[in-house]
Design a protein around this ligand. Structure first.
Ligand SMILES: Nc1ncnc2c1ncn2[C@@H]1O[C@H](COP(=O)(O)OP(=O)(O)OP(=O)(O)O)[C@@H](O)[C@H]1O
Ligand SMILES: [Mg+2]
Length: 240
């Protein structure tokens, strides 16, 4: 079953095609990484997929629901962590978790979610006083609290130390174990290679490759890594 179906998706800003006639499907149960240079169109595409930005052209179906025909139903099936966190930064962690919990019909228990993202010790700290990594963990917990079918994460691990990245990935894996789907963008090719089932490489608003990390790496030579495949496809560098 496809969790996501995207057809003819385009976003224009003036003369710029930030996303240019993109078509793809994502199978349920997969972790899919979206990579590409700054400005390639990752955030624009992700934010259209979650219904925050309106496409110039195109359709998006999430779990068999067209998000523009049936926005409320579609939005209940997804969790979202944006590149810019937009929560009430003066609220305490526990207040935020309780607030988001109460917004949904079938939420996950607040204490269980605090355990999953390892934030029990910070429950009474205001969001604004958390470190960058702790903020990301809180934002991930809030994105998952409605027990969504699909989780969209825009650069969830940017700026985190290795341990914080690991903690975040553990929480993502725990979420995904239930045949759920995760779509995330990242600039870290090591984690994309290690954790993603499939990688979408974007360049100038287009998808130029969509395949498993193994196949992409193999396509650029022997004994290569995801960095090599990225530099070859997204940047056009020769692989040494
Ligand atoms: N609201 C907007 N108005 C005009 N242009 C925009 C707007 N949002 C994005 N763009 C442009 O669209 C292109 C794609 O931007 P986008 O933020 O999607 O890139 P990205 O791949 O997420 O980059 P990054 O890796 O830096 O997060 C860029 O050229 C950007 O300047
Ligand atoms: Mg972005």
């Amino acid at each position: 079953m496809n969790a996501i179906e995207v057809t003819n998706l385009t976003k224009r800003y003036g003369n710029l095609n930030a996303v240019n006639n993109i078509n793809f499907n994502i199978e349920a149960g997969k972790i899919v990484g979206i990579v590409g240079a700054n400005g390639a169109g990752k955030t624009t595409m992700l934010e259209m997929m979650v219904g925050i930005r309106k496409p110039t052209i195109g359709n998006i179906r999430l779990m068999d629901t067209d998000i523009h025909e049936n926005e409320y139903v579609a939005k209940n099936k997804i969790g979202v962590l944006l590149q810019e966190q937009c929560v009430n930064k003066y609220a305490k962690v526990i207040e935020l978790f309780n607030f988001y919990h109460d917004l949904y019909e079938n939420p996950i228990d607040v204490e269980e979610m605090l355990d999953t993202v390892n934030l029990q010790d910070y429950r009474n700290v205001k969001f604004k006083n958390l470190s960058g990594g702790l903020k990301q963990r809180a934002a991930l917990g809030l994105a998952m609290i409605n027990n969504p079918d699909i989780l969209f994460l825009d650069e969830p691990t940017t700026g985190l130390d290795p341990e914080a990245r690991r903690t975040l990935w553990k929480a993502i894996f725990k979420f995904k174990s239930d045949n759920k789907t995760v779509v995330l963008s990242s600039h870290y090719m090591d984690e994309v290679q290690k954790y993603c089932d499939e990688v979408i490489i974007m360049k100038k608003g287009e998808i130029i490759q969509k395949n498993t990390p193994e196949a992409l790496i193999k396509s650029v030579g022997d004994n290569k890594f995801m960095d090599d495949a990225y530099l070859y496809y997204a940047v056009g560098e020769e692989v040494g």
